[in-house]
Design a protein around this ligand. Structure first.
Ligand code: HEC
Ligand code: HEC
Length: 289
């Protein structure tokens, strides 16, 4: 087929010289802008190849002139978060509870941190969400032994209860089974507490004798109405939430030979800011005063 380059009479453009059964192909070049963009992409790809990590081979890879790695970026991001957390925790350490609560962002940081601290340190004894376990008080129920204000919680957590810290909260219930009361008196007072304060049916039992024993021996700490005394850590008996369970047997056992719960001091394990954060979290569980 002869190749004849000629001008097309309609468009005025040159043909490529190809012709098929009378159809001639016009030579329409690619637009200039398109070509330059195309060359540019080739040039950038070469440049990227030189600057950034590219080929991998056997034991390693081409690192590129800039030495860039995504790991570095992650490290920087993590460092930023750690620095931010440190700044926030420093603030939480120095500000008062009222000031922290007035700053919603800071409060959020404290609650998130407190929740984590609680899950790993407190939950084994106090249960998930502070629901409590026999012998380990519920912290979400508002039935406080020592007090549910932020300051009271902070003090309990910092120094503990009957812990070996010199500032620990401490108190003792006498062991009435060791000769202070007779067996019938103990039966009677347990009946009285179980019926009157724990809210069970008397079922024909006369609890007046137990009431006398209670008022003479127990009211000094637990209050005439069983309202408890936070200064002495004497639990509220007129309640549905009890440290050692709701049964009459639990009351008997406590009167005979009291269990004295021990709560560790946390000032040796957690820094003051972290104790504040976990205090705010505990206070937020629903029982905070
Ligand atoms: C080894 C078990 C144990 C661990 C762990 C523990 N506690 Fe306690 N906690 C107790 C016991 C037992 C008491 C009740 C002491 C008593 O009989 O008065 C208590 C009492 C408390 C009280 C006082 C409750 C009230 O009614 O006044 C608070 C607040 C408290 N714990 C918070 C915490 C926090 C916060 C942590 C984690 C940093 C924690 N506890 C970890 C055992 C534990
Ligand atoms: C000196 C103060 C004191 C006196 C007096 C006292 N208690 Fe207590 N009682 C306590 C303390 C403190 C506790 C909490 C023990 C603990 O935290 O482990 C307690 C706990 C109890 C409990 C367990 C409550 C619960 O939530 O499970 C019962 C029941 C109880 N006392 C009954 C009595 C009765 C009945 C008497 C009188 C015979 C009495 N107490 C006298 C201080 C006292």
């Amino acid at each position: 087929m002869p190749t004849k380059i000629e001008k097309d009479s309609v468009t005025g453009r040159e043909t490529t010289g190809h012709e098929w059964d009378g159809l001639k192909e016009l030579n329409t070049p690619l637009p200039k802008w398109w070509l330059y963009v195309f060359y540019l992409t080739i040039a950038t790809s070469v440049l990227q190849f030189v600057l950034y990590p590219s080929f991998s081979y056997g034991p390693g890879y081409l690192h590129g002139v800039l030495g860039y790695t995504t790991r570095q970026e992650v490290d920087q991001d993590v460092a930023k978060i750690v620095a931010k957390r440190k700044a926030d925790m420093d603030k939480i350490g120095t500000l008062s509870f009222a000031q922290i609560k007035a700053d919603p962002k800071l409060l959020e940081v404290a609650l998130v941190d407190g929740k984590q601290v609680f899950a790993s340190n407190c939950q084994p004894c106090h249960g998930a969400g502070g629901g409590g376990n026999p012998g380990y008080p519920a912290l979400a129920a508002g039935a406080w032994i020592w007090g549910g204000t932020l300051d009271a919680i902070q003090k309990t957590v910092t120094y503990g209860v009957r812990s070996d810290d010199p500032n620990a909260r401490t108190s003792a219930m006498p062991a009435f089974g060791a000769g202070l009361l007779t067996q019938p008196q103990i039966q009677a007072v347990a009946d009285y507490v179980w019926v009157t304060f724990y809210g069970n049916k008397a079922d024909g039992r006369d609890v007046s004798e137990g009431a006398k024993v209670f008022n003479a021996n127990c009211a000094v700490c637990h209050g005439v109405k069983g309202e408890g005394n936070k200064l002495m850590g004497a639990p509220r008996l007129a309640s549905q939430v009890h440290l050692y369970g709701n049964t009459r047997e639990a009351i008997m056992a406590q009167v005979m030979g009291p269990k004295m719960g021990v709560m560790p001091a946390w000032n040796t394990r957690l820094d003051p800011a972290t104790i504040k954060a976990v205090t705010l979290y505990v206070h937020s569980l629903g029982g905070g005063e």
